[in-house]
Design a protein around this ligand. Structure first.
Ligand code: CUA
Length: 350
C-alpha cells in the first residue's frame, strides 16, 4: 500500500533536495549574519576606554601591545568582511559553474602563503613588544611585589635602602624605567596593569621581573590576571603615576610615618583585634596588608568596596560577607562602639 511510483518518488526526492538546498541556503545566510554581528561587537567593544582598558595606554609597553591588538583586530575584521562577502556571494549565486582562481591556487595562496606571511609579521612585532617589557639595562626604580590570596604587598626601598611596605596600591614616577619584581606567597597569581603593560606571573618560590615605563601622570588600576581562588575578582590594586618630585615626596612621607602613640579607645581596639596581622608602620611587615597609607586608598579589601567613611565601617563589620574566604577573623562579635572607635582611629591617623 505504501508503494510509491517511480515518478512520484523522483518528484519527492527533487522537492526534498530543493528543501534541503533551501535550508542550507538560509543556514549559510544565518551564519554569515551571526559572524558579521560578532565582528561588529568586537569592533565596538574595542572602543572601551578606562582605568582597566588595554586601549587607554599610559606606558610604552602598553602602547606596543595596543598596536599589535589593533593590527590583529583590524586584520581579522577585514578578513571576516572578505570571507563574509565571499560566503554571501556563494550563497546567492544561481549558477554552479566554477569561477575565479582554481582550487589549487586558493589552497597555496590562502592556505599556505597568506598564513605564513601574516604569522611572520606578527611574530616580528610580538617579539619587539615582548622585548620592551624585559628588564634590559639598569632600572631607575625597583619595586618588589608579593601576591597573596587575595591582596598585594608592595615594597619600596626607602631613603637609606630600608624596605617600606604598603598594600594594594602602587606609586610610580613618570618617565622612569621601573622594574617590578613579582613573586607569590601562596598560589600562582598574575600581576597586570592594563594601562601600563603586559601581565607577569607571580609564582611561589620564584621572582619574575617586568619593566614598566609610565608616560602619563595618571591614576589607573591593576588586577590579578590568573584565577587564584574564590576572591580572584577582589584582587585589584590602585596605581598612581606622579611627577618625579611628587613620587620622592610620597616615599619620604611614607618613610616618616610610624606607629601612633596616642592612647585612644580606637588604638586599644586596634592592638587587641588587628595588630597581630596588620601594621600601621610601613617599616614593619606582617602577615596581612600593611595599613600605613589606608586613609589615602580608594578601595578596601583589594577592590572589594570603596574606601569611604561608611565603607570602612561596613568593611570592618561585614568583611566576611563582602569578601568570603578572606583570612581576616570574623568581627561579628565586635559591638558597634568598638567598630566605630576602630574606624575613627584608622581614618583619623595623619
Ligand atoms: Cu590572584 Cu587571581
Amino acid at each position: 500500500m505504501n508503494r510509491v511510483s517511480g515518478d512520484s518518488q523522483s518528484a519527492l526526492s527533487i522537492r526534498d533536495r530543493g528543501l534541503r538546498r533551501h535550508g542550507s541556503h538560509s543556514d549559510r545566510l544565518k551564519s554569515v549574519r551571526n559572524a558579521t554581528t560578532a565582528g561588529l561587537w568586537v569592533l565596538l567593544l574595542g572602543g572601551c576606554q578606562g582605568e582597566l582598558s588595554v586601549f587607554s595606554t599610559s606606558g610604552d609597553a602598553a602602547a606596543d601591545i595596543a598596536w599589535v591588538t589593533w593590527v590583529m583586530l583590524l586584520g581579522t575584521g577585514l578578513f571576516l568582511v572578505a570571507m563574509s562577502a565571499l560566503g554571501l556571494h556563494a550563497a546567492l549565486r544561481k549558477s554552479s559553474a566554477p569561477v575565479g582562481p582554481s582550487g589549487r591556487s586558493i589552497i597555496i595562496g590562502g592556505g599556505v602563503l597568506l598564513p605564513l606571511i601574516v604569522t611572520a609579521l606578527l611574530l616580528v612585532q610580538g617579539v619587539r613588544t615582548g622585548h620592551s617589557m624585559l628588564p634590559l639595562g639598569p632600572a631607575e626604580l625597583e619595586v618588589r611585589i608579593t601576591a597573596h590570596q587575595w591582596w598585594w604587598q608592595v615594597e619600596y626601598s626607602g631613603p637609606g635602602g630600608a624596605p617600606l611596605y604598603t598594600a594594594n596600591e602602587l606609586h610610580l614616577p613618570v618617565d622612569r624605567k621601573v622594574d617590578i619584581h613579582v613573586t607569590s606567597h601562596d598560589v600562582i597569581h598574575s600581576f597586570w596593569v592594563p594601562n601600563l603593560g603586559g601581565k607577569i606571573d607571580a609564582l611561589p618560590g620564584r621572582v619574575n621581573t617586568i619593566r614598566l615605563q609610565p608616560r602619563k601622570i595618571a591614576r589607573m588600576r591593576g588586577r590579578c590576571a590568573e584565577f587564584c581562588g574564590a576572591q580572584h575578582t577582589h584582587m585589584a590594586f590602585e596605581v598612581e603615576v606622579h611627577e618625579t618630585a611628587d613620587f620622592r615626596a610620597f616615599l619620604d612621607n611614607l618613610a616618616a610615618a610610624g606607629p601612633e602613640q596616642t592612647q585612644s579607645s580606637g588604638q586599644t581596639a586596634f592592638r587587641q583585634h588587628c595588630a597581630e596581622c596588620h601594621s600601621l608602620d610601613p617599616h614593619e611587615q606582617r602577615s596581612g596588608p600593611g595599613l600605613a597609607t589606608l586613609p589615602e586608598r580608594q578601595w578596601l579589601g583589594a577592590g572589594a568596596l570603596r574606601n569611604s567613611s561608611e565603607g570602612l565601617r561596613q568593611w570592618i563589620a561585614e568583611h566576611r560577607s563582602l569578601k568570603p574566604g578572606n583570612r581576616m577573623p570574623d568581627h561579628s562579635a565586635l559591638d558597634a562602639e568598638t567598630i566605630e572607635a576602630l574606624a575613627r582611629f584608622l581614618e583619623e591617623r595623619p
